[in-house]
Design a binder for this molecule. Sequence first.
Ligand SMILES: Cc1ncc(COP(=O)(O)O)c(C=O)c1O
Length: 475
Amino acid sequence: MCCSKDLIPADLSIHNVRNYLIGINKKVKLIDGTEKQYISFDNAASTPTFTFIRDSINEILEWYSGVHRGAGIKSLVATKAYDDSREIVAKFINANLEKNTVIYTKNTTEAINKVANRLNLEKDDVVICSLMDHHSNDLPWRKHSTLIHSNVNEDGTLDLNDLEEKIRRYQNKLKLVAITGASNVTGLVNPIHQIAELVHRYGSKILVDAAQLIPHRKIDIKADDDSQHIDFLVFSAHKMYAPFGTGVLIGPKSIFEEGDPDQVGGGTVDLVSETEVKWTHLPDKEEAGTPNLIGAISLACAIQMLEKIGMENVAQHEMELTEYAYNKMNELDGIEFLGPDNFSSYENKLGVLTFNVRGMYHSLVSAILCYEGGIGVRNGCFCAHPYVKKLLKVSDEEAELMKEQILSGDRSKLPGAIRASLGIYNTKEEIDDFVEVLKMIVRKEYKGTYIQDQKSGSFHPENFRINFSEYFSLM
Ligand SMILES: Cc1ncc(COP(=O)(O)O)c(C=O)c1O
């Protein structure tokens, strides 16, 4: 008999999470032939997973079978675990399952697309998102409605006055305000409950894209009759230590009970004749095809793990790391942050450090961090082009030129930045190491000669290639 909770190490805490992280001790080869323990500062993209989650998956694999489809014991065990996972998810964000439904998707992007598909939007219905939103919380709304962007201030924070002005202006046509819980570019956290109150005052609904927020801060969507209630919440498990292909959409049952599901097929129906279809109950109606059992189990385990550590401890640890990193990076000459470069409190700022090194192309900096520092970051525009354009003060003429370059297959001069994003397991020692490598970069003391690939814009060191078969390769 196995209960996933029993597999959580009894001593697990914010101080020893590294002991339970898979892949934390991986060594990588640098261009000078030395080896170094890899530092993963790309947690805003995806996080690694924990031994406890792997152990739980190993257990459920022994029982793997079709969910909601079989009559055998294995299928019943798998189905119970899958259904229980939804309760764990709902409890984590305080959702009332009488009124709301937890629908599993592939990721946040698919969850937002589902809401956009299921709201019965007409092209002249208005949805408001902000200039700081990820493309995934922008493009689905453009496709189905008239999308209005609320503005951001010069420092990248959300302009709440502009948001209110736009809500008021479009209130007669407004169907939804879709806003990110925290920016994947600057890590700035939005006052989601204050925004919810505002949105409800004007009779509309709010969707919060919690892809970045949920791994780092406690989220409580609040009671359905609370004016600060979050109507729709979406997020991805792969950013919260469960990278097994699951996303989550929580929203009012009433919305999804009406009409046809956006994807149809097996699992969505109670009855099908040659001429008639009767949709089944929620959430199954909205999850066409065989569900991702492993994804759901791993997400539930990640939540159990985060609860055992305590979200307050996660937030506290990451705030300390962020402040430490900011102070250290600010001591370097030539580091230019996107967004504010100092904070009186780190409560409303996630561990996302996005910057440029004055006079150096962003992809060159990230290549040196990779090949000479063994440090994994991301560079570019982070799927948030309008926001990065604004933060980097790219003029409309420059943007036009950029467009021509992209269309001609040249990405060698595109604006962008470097993003180091921290997670639960990162340490001050890793930040020290990162700052040392940055110091070497700022002083132009790096060793390699780097060649740029014009098509992708990325840099590679001359005379050095990663030997993938040393790490992992399918070929
Ligand atoms: C704020 C935000 N929203 C949405 C997404 C999309 O998430 P996914 O790629 O898991 O669908 C991301 C991904 O980085 C994100 O940072």
